[in-house]
Design a protein around this ligand. Sequence first.
Ligand code: FBP
Length: 549
Amino acid sequence: MKKSALQAARAAYQPKLPIVLQSAVKIVEGEPTHSVADQDEIKHLFPNTYGLPQITFEKNTAPAAGKPVNVGVILSGGQAPGGHNVISGLFDGIKKIHRDSRLFGFVMGPGGLVDHNYIELTAPIIDEYRNTGGFDIIGSGRTKLEKKEQFDKGLEIIKELGIKAIVIIGGDDSNTNAAVLAEYYKEIGADVQVIGCPKTIDGDLKNECIETSFGFDTATKVYSEVIGNIQRDCNSAKKYWHFIKLMGRSASHIALECALQTQPNVCIISEEVEAKNLSLQDVVNNIADTVARRAQDGNNFGIVLIPEGLIEFIPAMKNLIAELNDMLARNAKQFAALDAAAQREFVLKNLSKENADVFASLPEGVARQLTLDRDPHGNVQVSLIETEKLLSEMVGKRLAKMKEEGRFNGKFSALHHFFGYEGRCADPSNFDADYCYALGYNAACLINAGVTGYMSTVRNLSKPVVQWQPGGIPITMMMNMERRNDQLKPVIQKALVRLDGAPFLKFASKRDQWAVETCYMYPGPIQYFGPTEVCDQPSMTLRYEHQGK
Ligand code: FBP
């Protein structure tokens, strides 16, 4: 395949490895672990993989003599920059164990395992994809692995290919599946290890052991570049308000990181909206007040960042969505058979009075979007809801009223953007290229250590790569019980933006100034070659969270 000049130069990049992984490793086991909540239930559901110790790797003096190992790899869920480097790190890691080791990629996500759809990933294939964005090496999918029949079907091909371990590269839902699969194979004595890798641009798969999920760094840098460009345009023409929705299904980490990088006039943080029990109208009023305040200085332009998941955090909307989820899961067949108008009637009739009133008060298009198909994990597909238009429309109405009352004397003209997909397959930043390669290489070390139900972890990420600390944590440690599709299920707890965390506090201390003054920052495009302070900086979220550590 013909390569662009950057692709060719990037292909030659050798990701940096932590010093510990540069030679053979020895395992250091920590204390037994507990799940973050609902310990009794999780222990009961995972009798074979609960309570395992955390693992850290240290440099070993004697080189390990390994046997060839066959490994299967799956990319699961939404794309995130760096997935190809996890696979190339894994490939190099198992080849280091023994040169006859083999890597099989299951095609188009977890469904590939069930359908026996795979390719062998050989050195020439791997070399084509080193340091590239995307998941196209084997494709990704959102099939939920949860049924015994799926596990048994998967086991057939695992045995046929002599696979010792499966590596699932995914977000919280996919790693929940990895834990369930690990438990099942352990329970039936299948002798197959399952290892997870923390992926998602959303940044909500993190805890004290996982400092960040991969892809967040690159995706937020791409969005921040474009937001910066729009800010410059906005500050040049001085005539538009740009409403920019940013991906991140639940948590607002992406919006917060982009705000720290670009210093917009307004950035909404869903977690704060929920904590302050704000209504949709409160959010709108706050934006309108900023528009009016800037208009007093003659500034009829500005930037509003909106996290994709906002709607689910507005308490009244959250209740509505929760009831809708359960009601639609219970009546899926009947609902699907109706036309759009009848579906609206059906929803209004079957919801509690309180939620039916909220549903009826929404613009019809938005209300309809809330009833559209859930993803296989039962999530509302928030990326389909046009919150940016909903908000700007409501802000426009509010400003018209304020004008009548003599409280707004400016102009308001809005433009809309949604940044999500354009950041998910960018070539990984140096940070993500190195981090992902280390995660994959480290997964090979976990396989060699014989463990199952673990997630590959690399810590100390705000330090230079050589000082990064590889290891693994039991996936059950991150779990709690949550309601999904009308049932209580064990799932990995999502990490939301902490309102007492350093990144949010930094933002909160600056936002009043950013609202009124024009303090835009222009981060520019990701740089792959050049001075380290330009090319190798991790996200501001990571830096603030780990400052001084
Ligand atoms: P993952 O959680 O699987 O990493 O996906 C995250 C995400 O990119 C969200 O930000 C977004 O809401 C969703 O995927 C979009 O899903 P899809 O790719 O199916 O359109």
